[in-house]
Design a protein around this ligand. Structure first.
Ligand code: TYD
Length: 212
């Protein structure tokens, strides 16, 4: 199901493993869209609304084993339900574009595939939580094997999920690639190597037909 209707804004999510430069690219994309006269807002998951930001703390702090995988998936789905209802849908209805740092594909990859719950069960949760609300386009930033985690490990702060073992993160990356292969219309694989400007150009190319 797509969110778009004439006169409505567009919903774009950025996805990728850790250390691929998502946040930098989100800001650059927002700047490029603003220069084209598009009114856009930036948001993130988990979070993006008051309730979802409160759930974010539960999800990202504490011991790795704090939640079972089922509880973790439910918390992400609850946060997303609030984010969609309070922030994303209202903005789209006002005609704004919404750029989100992560969305449901992260749950498919992290909880569904790498966490072992199964993508099908996460899809069911998503249908219950949001009616199956999906981005108009999902941009999946990807680096060649090795580069990505090396960058992620350099970060000073690693959260409860980011700190999981290497094979978990490899599973996430494979899952993201499988999602791009399964839904090529919505999910586009973007090479995250090269200069920041080059990567931003690739992102703009991947949404070119959505631009007014
Ligand atoms: P965040 O600090 O936003 O990290 P990043 O810079 O990697 O985006 O932390 C979000 C963490 O939560 C990250 O490790 C990915 C994970 N996550 C899931 O496991 N499932 C989800 O549905 C979402 C949205 C995020």
């Amino acid at each position: 199901m797509s969110t778009s209707a004439p006169g409505r804004g567009r919903f774009i999510s950025l996805e990728g493993g850790e250390g691929v430069g998502k946040s930098t690219q989100l800001r650059a994309l927002s700047k490029a869209l603003t220069e084209r006269g598009i009114d856009c807002i930036l948001t993130r998951e988990p979070g993006g609304s008051a309730g979802a930001e409160a759930i974010r703390e539960l999800l990202l702090q504490g011991e790795d084993g704090r939640w079972s995988i089922e509880a973790e998936a439910l918390l992400f789905a609850a946060a997303r339900a609030d984010h969609v209802e309070k922030t994303i849908r209202p903005a789209l209805e006002r005609g704004q574009w919404v750029l989100s740092d992560r969305f449901v594909d992260s749950s498919f990859a992290y909880q569904g595939e790498a966490g072992g719950l199964g993508v099908g069960r996460v899809r069911e949760l998503h249908r219950f939580a949001t009616g199956g609300f999906l981005p108009d386009r999902t941009l999946l930033l990807s680096l060649a094997e090795g580069q990505e985690r090396a960058k992620a490990r350099d970060r000073d702060t690693v959260d409860r999920i980011g700190g999981r073992a290497e094979d978990f993160h490899q599973g996430v990356e494979l899952a993201f690639r499988a999602l791009a292969a399964d839904e090529p219309g919505r999910v586009r694989l973007i090479d995250a190597s090269g200069s920041e400007e080059q990567v931003t150009e690739r992102l703009l190319d991947a949404i070119s037909e959505l631009l007014p």
